[in-house]
Design a binder for this molecule. Structure first.
Ligand SMILES: C[S@@+](CC[C@H](N)C(=O)[O-])C[C@H]1O[C@@H](n2cnc3c(N)ncnc32)[C@H](O)[C@@H]1O
Length: 429
């Protein structure tokens, strides 16, 4: 912020904030730049929750712009503006430029308005694909930057090997983003911190929670859903794409309802390793005969503990790691994105056969909000590439789970989108 900024309680700040929202809505770049010297780009209209980004995007839609102007006192006069702006000022280029200027000046990509929409959600709803793409790219930049900063801080602070334990509240693949905690954690942004009486599950609390096994779902003690039978389509498509032939060497992390393991078994793998951490799931696996299957090896414990010992034991036996897999699948619960990243950075590299091996994961990051799903998809792609993998996405059409009553009795719906993007990853050729 500039040194001549008024203090936060200065009434002129509120007036200028309003002018900034108006200038953004009208794509009035001259006024915008002037106002941004003193008003933060992240101000919000107290009634609508609109940030200047929301206003700029809404202003790109004539019907929305009219209703915005009605709400703006002073007839929308901005710095002597007498309504001389011509239609061109509302054109596509002006809207794009306004959004870019705001982002350059620190506007936040995922602030929510009172309608529970981020600027990207609004652009999508209004059919402004060009503005939506800019918002997704801004989200990717912010997320990458924050991940890097977070890693840097953790490198400095690190006192133990197990860095995941300390960060229970990051976005996880099966926890929605519209939860207040999850939204806050997606970027650690300036959204108003709402009281958190309802914490997200983390690994230690999940692993000691009793589970309820129902025919179509597994729930924890707080009715968080761990796995649901509507995911069968996703699991069988994943298995078909990852293991298209018989006799492969397969490693699956997270047994859950055993849906993907059943699919893998149907391909007659030469060996099928399963890593599972929850004692109740392990007990269920014992009861249902998984331990007795001739080609199955069950590893009891967290993958973070099991995988290093698989690699070490194997090295001790053969002098070189020979326990390689043709197929690896990863689908755990109550783990942050950094766990998935650590999995492919540190372990897939050592366990996947570089001669045609493929691996995949449950792609549910941010899946209750399209813009978050798209941002995370791109972040994933970049992180995977950095780790040496290319990813091919297959779109799978999703039913309306809400309408089908799938979320009844479940604490937090974690899927709301029309299309699942199924990842199949390989080493970069
Ligand atoms: C979503 S379910 C997996 C569903 C499975 N893909 C299926 O088709 O049924 C997640 C599973 O991962 C297990 N899990 C969670 N954290 C784990 C960890 N750190 N290591 C190993 N397993 C873990 C959970 O106990 C649960 O059984």
């Amino acid at each position: 912020m500039e040194s001549d900024s008024p203090p936060a309680n200065d009434p002129s700040l509120a007036a200028d904030a309003r002018l900034l929202l108006q200038a953004a809505s009208r794509h009035d770049l001259t006024s915008l730049q002037e106002l941004l010297r003193t008003v933060p780009a992240s101000v919000q209209d107290p009634e609508t929750g609109f940030t200047p980004l929301h206003a700029a995007i809404a202003g790109a839609d004539p019907s929305q712009r009219a209703s915005q102007d009605d709400e703006v006192p002073n007839g929308g006069a901005v710095h002597g503006d007498t309504g001389e702006k011509d239609e061109e000022a509302h054109g596509e280029e002006a809207a794009i430029e306004t959004v870019k200027q705001l982002l350059l000046n620190g506007a936040i990509w995922n602030d929510l308005d009172k309608n529970d929409e981020t600027p990207g959600c609004l652009a999508l709803r209004l059919g402004r694909q060009d503005l939506y793409t800019i918002m997704v790219d801004a989200g990717v930049r912010a997320e990458i930057l924050l991940t890097r900063l977070d890693e840097y801080e953790r490198l400095e602070d690190r006192s133990s090997d197990d860095e995941e334990e300390d960060i229970p509240q990051e976005t996880t693949p099966r926890i929605p983003n519209n939860d207040n905690d999850a939204d806050k954690s997606l970027t650690n942004n300036n959204q108003p911190p709402l009281p958190s009486t309802d914490p997200l599950p983390n690994q230690p609390s999940y692993l000691s929670s009793p589970l309820s096994f129902q025919p179509d779902r597994i729930l924890d003690a707080s009715t968080n859903s761990i796995m649901m039978s509507w995911e069968t389509t996703l699991m069988s498509r994943s298995a078909a794409l990852l293991a298209p032939t018989a006799g492969l060497r397969i490693l699956n992390i997270g047994h859950g309802m055993g849906i993907i393991d059943t699919e893998f078994q149907s391909t007659n793998p030469s060996t099928h390793h399963i890593v599972e951490a929850h004692p109740a799931v392990l007990a269920q696996m014992r009861e249902t005969g998984w331990y007795a299957k001739p080609n199955v090896v069950v590893h009891e414990g967290r993958w973070q503990d099991i995988l290093p010992s698989i690699i070490e034991n194997d090295e001790a036996k053969d002098g070189a790691t020979s326990l390689l897999f043709d197929v690896i699948y990863f689908d755990t619960f109550a783990e942050p994105y950094s766990a998935l990243r650590r999995f492919f950075d540190d372990f897939v590299i050592g366990l996947l056969d570089d001669d045609g091996g493929r691996w995949g994961f449950f792609n549910g990051l941010g899946a209750d909000r399209q813009v978050c799903y798209d941002v995370y998809g791109k972040v994933l792609e970049l992180d995977l590439f950095e780790a040496g993998f290319e990813v091919e996405w297959t779109g799978v059409e999703m039913p309306d789970l809400e309408a089908k009553g799938e979320w009844e009795g479940v604490k937090r719906p974690y899927w709301r989108l029309k299309e699942y993007r199924l990842p199949v990853c390989r080493f970069v050729g």
